[in-house]
Design a protein around this ligand. Structure first.
Ligand code: KG4
Ligand code: ZN
Length: 378
């Protein structure tokens, strides 16, 4: 079964073709260059770029997969969450080809795509992972950390989702990007910041300091003890499972303003410190969740930030101690926004016998769609 996926939820125009759970093509055209000058995604620029690229990106996905529109069983399109006017472009294009080639559209929740992105397989025709290699144990914990979202989802089966924690303000990736910009790393700087932290982390001693009110991350240079900085881990002692990154951003900005000269060594120190504080803040909450929900058996990682090396290291160590299985996408290209994960959800709907009644007039964007509202779509 061939499914075309389309995602225009933010600043990536993406189209993919999957056959069952296998990726035949996954075209992702980034608009970062167009938003760089503004230091963030500008919705009207995103919309314009999607409009200019969507036709080409979709045709390229079909060409790379070696199939034609008539071969498709379904068109899966993201209807939310995301930027309203950006989502609209993908939805309208899906409707156009749906009408022309008489292919049903399946509306998809973008976050559900991130949640199941580990399930995608590299190209291997005629392979059905659900019946051939479905060793999933429930309940699982979805850890979805991206530029737009940071949330913890208790998964008790396909479509059985409970959100047990989320950021109260900025998303983790958003915080990394904004802080990276403050220290001159450009946009989107979260990836640059993580790269620098990865290269220079070994030059620092990282300590987590436990205080009754709050935990802190402190880093000290192994070569110059004068280089020593500290940041609070947001919400580290609160009992709930929510995150907060806006306070971290403010604390980071205050720290940067207090430093007289931002030389290279200091910039590297700041990258190591911010990354460690953000990743420990995620780990601290996962520890709390696992302490409460003792029957959780797996951690499912999705979203751009889960490509982070330190986060992976911390979670691998924790999962080993707690006997948890970690699942994440097989390629970094699948942690960020992509349309293969959108097509996958249409396939999972199909194998769970969830059928969407074909009425394209009812399909519309839902910019603030929550993952727990997914079942309302069908
Ligand atoms: O999932 P994604 O591609 O888009 C959204 O849906 O938001 O995530 C993008 C975010 C950006 O904020 C980017 O800085 C961050 O993921 N990111 C990383 C890494 N790679 C991407 N953050 C930390 N470490 C990384 N290796
Ligand atoms: Zn996303």
């Amino acid at each position: 079964m061939y499914i075309l996926g389309i995602d225009t939820s933010c600043d990536e125009t993406s189209a993919a073709v999957i056959e069952n759970s296998c990726i035949l093509s996954n075209v992702v055209s980034s608009q970062a260059n167009f938003h760089r000058a503004y230091g963030g995604v500008v919705p009207s620029i995103a919309k314009l770029n999607h409009q200019l690229k969507i036709d080409k990106v979709v045709n390229m996905a079909l060409k790379r997969a070696g199939i034609q529109f008539n071969d498709l069983e379904y068109i899966a399109v993201t209807i939310g969450p995301g930027l309203a006017i950006a989502l609209e472009v993908g939805i309208n294009f899906a409707k156009k080809i749906s009408t022309e080639f008489k292919i049903p559209i399946i509306p998809i929740n973008h976050m559900e795509g991130h949640l199941w992105s580990f399930f995608l397989q590299p190209h291997k025709r005629d392979f059905d992972r659900w019946s051939n290699n479905n060793s999933i144990s429930y309940p699982s914990l979805g850890v979805l950390i991206s530029g737009g979202h940071s949330e913890f989802i208790l998964v008790e089966g396909f479509r059985k989702y409970t959100k047990i924690g989320e950021t109260l303000d900025d998303a983790c990736g958003e915080c990394l990007d904004k802080c990276a910009r403050t220290i001159g790393l450009g946009y989107p700087g979260g990836i640059v910041l993580a790269k620098l932290a990865n290269i220079y982390r070994h030059r620092f001693i990282i300590n987590v300091i436990n205080n009754i009110q709050l935990k802190y991350v402190q880093i000290t240079s192994k070569y110059d003890s004068n280089i020593s900085f500290m940041l609070p881990i947001p919400k580290s002692t609160s009992l709930d499972f929510n995150l907060s990154f806006s306070g971290l951003k403010t604390a980071f900005n205050n720290l940067v303003s207090s430093i007289k000269k931002l030389d290279k060594e200091i910039i590297f120190a700041l990258c190591v410190l911010l990354e460690a504080t953000a990743m420990y803040s995620i780990l601290v909450k996962i520890e709390k969740i696992i302490e409460k929900y003792k029957d959780i058996k797996e951690l499912w990682l999705g979203g751009g930030v889960v490509a982070n090396n330190l986060l992976n290291k911390l979670l691998r160590r924790f999962a080993k101690q707690q006997n948890l299985v970690i699942r994440k996408p097989y390629s970094k290209k699948l942690t960020g926004d992509n349309a293969a994960m959108i097509a996958l959800i249409a396939y999972l709907n199909f194998i769970h016998n969830i059928r969407y009644s074909y009425n394209i007039d009812k399909i519309d964007r839902i910019p603030s769609l929550d993952i727990t509202e997914t079942s309302l779509l069908y």
